[in-house]
Design a protein. Structure first.
Length: 195
């Protein structure tokens, strides 16, 4: 049995490949198929994840899992949120620089934020009952980047329980406690119950 991972983000693919290994199925990269870029024009993580999973099903003929995720910063009323990947229009480094500028001089107690992850599983493109699982991860935004692991906003995301940024966490630790880990645990459970 094969499932397509409907993502072009290498960081997500690396993490999901490891976290979902217990599924015992072959996880195929969407780059193995001709899946075109789809417009992520939904208003929620859920809608965008469904859009991506559906396109992957359509073009692969296989079931698909999509991840739509992002960073919600309280001081910015939840921005960048569903726009996290394209916040600056200049990739991860530009996104992090823009976020630091937006929070410049803001005291620690006001720098609260969380990562959100929605995972959607579709059996086929017309599947009327997608499995939808969600996970979040609380932290706060640092004043300067720390660490080399992970991807995206990880160097700016301080994880209070671990006392370091999520880019300083060994991947096995991030993959146990992150928003993606939590959403994945729920998805593994839901998939285990469904045949
Ligand atoms: P796909 O749509 O191809 O999966 P994408 O990067 O465009 O890739 P999203 O629209 O879901 O995906 O954007 C998610 C962004 O949120 C991602 O680019 C990061 O900037 C950020 N993000 C999500 N999870 C993260 C994590 O674990 N660590 C750091 N940043 C994360």
């Amino acid at each position: 049995r094969s499932i397509v991972l409907a993502s072009g983000n290498q960081g997500k693919l690396r993490e999901l490949g490891r976290i979902l290994a217990p599924l015992g199925v072959t996880l195929r990269a969407q780059s193995d198929f001709d899946v075109p870029e789809v417009a992520e024009d939904g208003l929620s993580f859920v809608e965008n994840a469904i859009i991506k999973a559906r396109a992957a099903c359509q073009h692969s003929g296989l079931p698909a899992i999509a991840d739509d995720s992002g960073l919600e910063v309280d001081y910015l009323d939840g921005a960048p949120g569903i726009h996290s990947a394209r916040y600056s229009g200049e990739g991860d480094a530009g996104n992090n620089a823009k976020l630091l500028r937006a929070l410049e001089g803001l005291p620690e107690v006001q720098r609260t934020a969380r990562f959100q992850c929605v995972l959607v599983y579709l059996r086929h493109a017309q599947d009327p009952t997608p499995l939808i699982c969600q996970g979040s991860w609380e932290g706060r935004i640092l004043e300067a980047p720390r660490g080399e692991q992970g991807f995206g906003y990880d160097p700016l995301f301080f994880v209070p329980e671990e006392g370091c940024s999520s880019a300083e966490l060994p991947p096995v630790v991030k993959n146990r406690i992150s928003h993606r880990a939590r959403a994945s645990a729920a998805l593994l459970e839901a998939l285990g119950q469904r045949r």
